[in-house]
Design a protein around this ligand. Structure first.
Ligand SMILES: Cc1cc2nc3c(=O)[nH]c(=O)nc-3n(C[C@H](O)[C@H](O)[C@H](O)COP(=O)(O)OP(=O)(O)OC[C@H]3O[C@@H](n4cnc5c(N)ncnc54)[C@H](O)[C@@H]3O)c2cc1C
Length: 449
């Protein structure tokens, strides 16, 4: 490629980005660069010079060379993942750094709204309702999408190895989520809702095919990292199935058993939550099998140190571990295999590498949830700290630690809130079911065409 053709390509990319920012709605959400006709003409001639002339007067972050007044050429920020943490980071980065070059690497340019998977078994939602293409979002935010999976890191994080080749960056944000520990013997006999739409639809079909019998529902943990678990959706699935079977007049013929190795399951939600959830199970005549270590599953049911649970269908959420590719990054990992981070979301052992969401292990209380809400809070802090670092400024943004969970029961919801000072449980109400639906619609609006 000649220098001229490289400059021509650069001009096209910059002109596209320029057009993109002119079309972005000026709703205060984005900072609009100030571009005069003279700048636009310059863009036609030499994009690199034009980029140096682009000024953003409203933004907090301006990548500057300390000895010069003009900004440096746009840094290349690479984000890994395409879910809550990654997409919130995109929005935050764009808000503060309109001229940054952002690339997003993920297997597909699609967003799945995981929290509503709980409504697929009852038919309240379909897979299509929860799967949104990201083309418009990425275009509107001027993000280059690279289809691929990260497989490792090189050069202290400046190069991401992927199954689509190597990608260089000036700063990196990891948001690739976690994975499930599928080690228990006979795990293939259990269905895991959180694995995605196919699993949720398989649960729907198996429950619909049942005319009698027992469904056993439970969740596990990660013994190496107690915070790495997700129990909330399994309480929701349990109560949602109970409500649905009652509505269908099937509850007398289909029994429900909740099992857990802990005697007080859901303790991380707070003491009040445990007693509230167990009282709700008793009220609904749901059997419990608690406080016994899990041994494995079979086509007959669940085996624990406390005995056997006969079950025709087993729904189980294993504990979480760090993403599989983390082991090939050469970075120090937490006991559970997550990227170890500080309170500013900086990854230990690397420069200008940040992490947000389920992929990270962060300092804080042992109840700090692996939740979409937490992922969003971490992504905002990580994005701001990443830009500070690129600008040569100290990092200063910490994320708030809070747990907000509506345990949905299909027609009602129990609200659980916890922060460093309080732990609140609000009793079952229709209002919370509708609040959860409202929040889903509000969130998905960002990505809908
Ligand atoms: C059934 C269910 C119900 C839930 N309910 C709630 C709720 O009510 N409230 C709440 O706040 N949270 C809830 N959660 C938790 C919430 O969905 C997660 O905490 C959240 O999705 C974490 O977001 P994340 O962006 O960190 O990771 P993820 O959502 O796991 O996304 C990871 C992204 O990285 C991509 N990726 C994976 N590997 C690679 C790789 N090697 N290279 C590049 N990309 C990769 C994936 O394709 C994906 O786009 C629920 C989860 C489930 C499953």
């Amino acid at each position: 490629m000649t220098i001229m053709s490289a400059m021509r390509d650069e001009t096209v990319i910059t002109a596209q980005r320029f057009r993109h920012f002119r079309t972005i709605r000026s709703n205060q959400q984005y900072c609009k660069p100030t571009v005069t006709p003279a700048h636009a003409n310059l863009m036609e001639e030499n994009s690199i010079v034009a980029r140096l002339l682009l000024r953003n007067e409203n933004c907090n972050f301006q990548i500057q060379n300390a000895s010069m007044s003009a900004p440096l050429p746009s840094p290349h920020i690479v984000i890994l993942g395409a879910s809550f943490a990654a997409l919130t980071a995109v929005r935050e980065l764009r808000k503060h750094a309109p001229q940054a070059r952002i690339s997003l690497i993920a297997p597909k340019a699609e967003f799945f709204y995981l929290p509503s998977l709980i409504w697929i078994p009852s038919g309240l939602r379909s897979g299509a309702d929860l799967t949104l293409p990201l083309d418009r979002f990425l275009h509107d935010h001027g993000v280059q999408f690279i289809a691929g999976r990260a497989t490792g890191l090189k050069d202290g994080g400046r190069t991401v190895e992927t199954d689509a080749g190597e990608i260089k960056n000036d700063a990196l944000l990891i948001a690739t989520g976690s994975r499930f520990i599928k080690k228990l013997p006979g795990i293939e006999h259990a269905l895991t809702l959180c694995e995605g739409i196919a699993s949720a639809e398989a649960i729907r079909d198996r429950v619909n095919a049942m005319t009698s019998g027992r469904i056993a529902i439970g969740f596990g943990g990660n013994p190496n990292e107690p915070a790495a678990m997700r129990g909330g959706p399994m309480f929701e699935l349990l109560f949602g199935l109970d409500t649905m079977l009652r509505q269908q007049g099937m509850r007398d013929r289909i029994e429900l058993t909740f099992f857990n190795a802990a005697a007080e399951p859901g303790k991380r939600l707070g003491e009040k939550a445990v007693s509230g959830l167990l009282a709700e199970m008793a009220r609904r005549r749901i059997d419990t099998h608690l406080g016994h270590k899990l041994l494995g599953f079979s086509d007959k049911g669940v085996d624990t140190e406390g005995g056997h649970i006969n079950a025709d269908l087993i729904l189980f959420m294993p504990g979480l571990a760090g993403p599989a590719w983390a082991a090939d990054t050469g970075l120090p990992l937490s006991p559970g295999g997550f990227f170890k981070a500080d309170e500013f979301c900086r990854v230990d052992g690397a420069e200008k590498v940040f992490v947000a969401g389920d992929a990270g292990s962060f300092p804080g209380p042992d109840w700090m949830p692996k939740q979409a809400h937490m992922a969003d809070l971490q992504a905002k802090a990580a994005a701001k700290n990443l830009l500070s670092t690129l600008a040569g400024k100290p990092v200063s943004h910490r994320f708030k630690i809070e747990l907000i969970c509506i345990v949905d029961t299909l027609d009602q919801g129990i609200m659980v809130y916890r922060d460093l000072k309080r732990s609140i449980l609000l009793p079952s109400s229709r209002l919370f079911h509708w609040a959860k639906r409202f929040f889903e619609g509000h969130y998905l609006k960002i990505f809908r065409h």
